[in-house]
Design a protein around this ligand. Structure first.
Ligand code: ADP
Length: 604
């Protein structure tokens, strides 16, 4: 079936029909986003598998069959699904749990052997004990929409995906007085937001650009959003975790049992509790499956989003140096974004071919010409910020911000009323006010069959450092023939520099170039002392080893903890570059030279 024939498919599932569905308020947007994406697709929605089921490593067909049979008898046959059907990439709201929908290597490489759906913490313990019995690697996902970082795929081909979200998706607690919540893995930003609205609570959540992810999964992977509570991990309070041996643990005040079997009343009140604080080892790690997580919510606030445009590319460093004191002094209300003007073109949802013929990156002159037709006009950088507080206070904050930025020649200041109703600024008003939406899907129309990788180094908030990274990234994109889409999330002391490498999934050569580009960027930034905060599964070994101070001292500690907590090496082996003893040194790790990854199976 060709992509465009899929347009007749059933409507996107609603939240009321599926835990990962879309809220009814966004049905129209979802339908429109899907038709645009599918109209731009030349790949079939699926094709026959070229290879049989990818078995877990070191597992025979007989052992796998026996393992599947055994798990089916403990958690129900319908909750253990062998991955033997054609793979479908789908799209954001109908995403697969079997593989990486944004495959940068062959689609059949980053795949699981089976998906299992536990329905309770006790069943997660059952799955973990089963994995230990059969020595089968398991890989937990909450929703599996970790787009750009590996999606739902296990790092080890043939691992078993533990899809927690399907049956574990309750909002366990929503406390209007304390402004806190406790969620299970399958609670999405959409579902938490809708529940708060239904209950009429004056609370906000913080959400990333797209609202379909798991609140818990995103925080575990240290994702960010755009309100004053944008650091999701920093705003969590208390975890419930199943350890790789199957034991159950609660962290923070949750370790203290409440009266008569209840939870401690302070579980979501205080993060530090008593003794060593071990929560950190459960984020971006493979040391436990998080089954519940507490969060601090915000009180709803008056807010004002705006943008500032800057005329010249060369003013980049000065813009960063202007943002720094504003952020450190607390004048800026949230973590603002600084985006290059080319991003204005791709958030229109139009394809690159609208602006440019051929496969080469757009030239600066072409970007200039196309931008001059758009609402913000011909400029170089766009700053998107939001201020919070009462109207008079916001006015005073904006005066300070305008005064600081107007030191840079050619600066213009824009409010939502100054731009058309479909301009990106209006979507920032929503996201920065804690309303989860779908607008950010629009740039996926840039190329046919578009997928993307994020390259995400951290810079100090200093013009000269940001410039070094930007120059490396720009040079690499030019060398490998990609348009450069930089978004900088700028805090007072650090910047998440996020380059969005968009590629065509149907073009094997382009995928290889995207891999080469990413490998080189990781290497070249590390040489200058800069490292990434997060990366796609296939680059995690390389990034982890750039954090190699004193002969890989950090990795050695991570490995020692891994071997202690997961002696059989069953939980997400290789995630974040940490391999258990069983697989360590056996050729699984991928390094800077692994650029033509025909296969990612062990090389030894
Ligand atoms: P989202 O859908 O919000 O983007 P995912 O479910 O894809 O989030 O999770 C992001 C990553 O975090 C996954 O790849 C997985 O490695 C890890 N992760 C997700 N949920 C859990 C969990 N409950 N326990 C441990 N790790 C998890």
């Amino acid at each position: 079936m060709s992509g465009s024939e899929d347009l007749d498919l059933l409507p996107t599932p609603l939240m009321s029909e599926r835990h990962s569905g879309v809220p009814s308020r966004l049905t129209k947007e979802a339908a429109a986003a899907r038709s645009r994406l599918y109209a731009n697709r030349t790949l079939p929605s699926s094709k026959p598998r070229l290879r049989p089921v990818r078995l877990p490593p070191d597992t025979t067909e007989e052992v796998f069959a026996a393992a599947v049979k055994s798990l089916r008898s403990s958690i129900g046959a319908e909750n253990v699904v062998v991955n033997d059907q054609p793979l479908e990439d789908g799209w954001y709201l109908e995403h697969p749990n079997t593989h990486d929908a944004f495959h940068v290597v062959d689609q059949e490489e980053l795949v699981c052997s089976a998906v299992v759906f536990p329905g309770s913490t006790a069943e997660v313990q059952t799955v973990v004990r089963w994995a230990n019995e059969y020595l089968i690697p398991i890989y937990p996902i909450s929703i599996g929409r970790n787009v750009g970082y590996g999606g739902a795929a296990p790092r080890m081909p043939g691992g078993v995906v533990v899809d927690l979200g399907k049956r574990m998706n309750s909002i366990v607690d929503l406390d209007g007085e304390g402004a806190t919540c406790v969620v299970e893995p399958g609670v999405t930003y959409f579902s938490l937001y809708e529940e708060i609205q239904n209950r009429g609570l004056p609370l906000w959540i913080d959400c990333p650009d797209l609202g379909g992810g798991s609140v818990l999964g995103n925080a575990v992977d240290r994702g960010v959003g755009y309100t004053p509570a944008g650091d999701h991990w920093a705003n969590h309070c208390g975890l419930e975790i199943v350890l790789p041996t199957g034991e159950l643990l609660r962290t923070g005040m949750g370790a203290l049992p409440g009266k008569d079997g209840a939870d401690s009343p302070t579980w979501q009140s205080f993060q530090n509790a008593f003794g060593p604080k071990i929560d950190g080892i459960f984020s971006q790690s493979n040391l436990g499956i998080v089954t519940k997580m507490g969060f601090w919510l915000l009180h709803e606030m008056n807010h004002q989003s705006y943008c500032v445009t800057f005329a010249k590319d060369e003013d980049f460093a000065q813009i960063v140096d202007t943002i720094r004191p504003l952020a450190q002094q607390g004048v800026l209300g949230n973590i603002p974004q600084l985006r290059h003007i080319i991003q204005e073109l791709n958030v229109t949802g139009k394809s690159k071919s609208t602006f440019h013929g051929g496969d080469q990156p757009m030239t600066r002159e072409e970007i200039r010409q196309a931008a001059s037709e758009l609402p913000l006009g011909d400029c170089a950088w766009v700053f998107y910020g939001t201020q919070y507080g009462d109207a008079a206070s916001i006015d005073r904050q904006l005066d300070v911000i305008k005064a600081a930025f107007s030191e840079i020649d050619g600066t213009k200041f824009w409010l939502p009323k100054d731009v058309p109703h479909d301009h990106y600024l209006h979507s920032r008003v929503q996201v920065c006010g804690g309303v989860p939406i779908l607008r950010e899907l629009d740039w996926l129309n840039w190329l046919p069959n578009a997928a993307h990788l994020f390259f995400s180094p951290i810079a100090p908030t200093r013009g000269r450092d940001a410039q070094v990274i930007h120059d490396i990234v720009a040079k690499g994109h030019h060398k490998h023939g990609f348009d450069l889409f930089p978004t900088l999330c700028v805090a007072g002391r650090e910047i998440h520099y996020i380059a969005n490498i968009i590629f065509d999934r149907a073009d094997a050569e382009q995928k290889k170039r995207a891999v080469r580009l990413t490998r080189e960027l990781i290497r070249d930034c590390a040489r200058e002392g800069y490292g990434e905060y997060r990366t796609h599964l296939l680059f995690q070994d390389q990034v982890a080893r750039t954090y190699g101070y004193n002969d890989q001292a950090l990795m050695k500690v991570n490995e020692a903890i891994k071997d202690t907590l997961d002696p059989n090496g069953i939980l997400a082996p290789g995630r974040c570059g940490i391999w258990p003893k069983r697989f360590r040194g056996k050729g699984w790790a991928l390094g800077v030279d692994d650029v033509d990854m025909e296969t990612i199976a062990a090389k030894l």
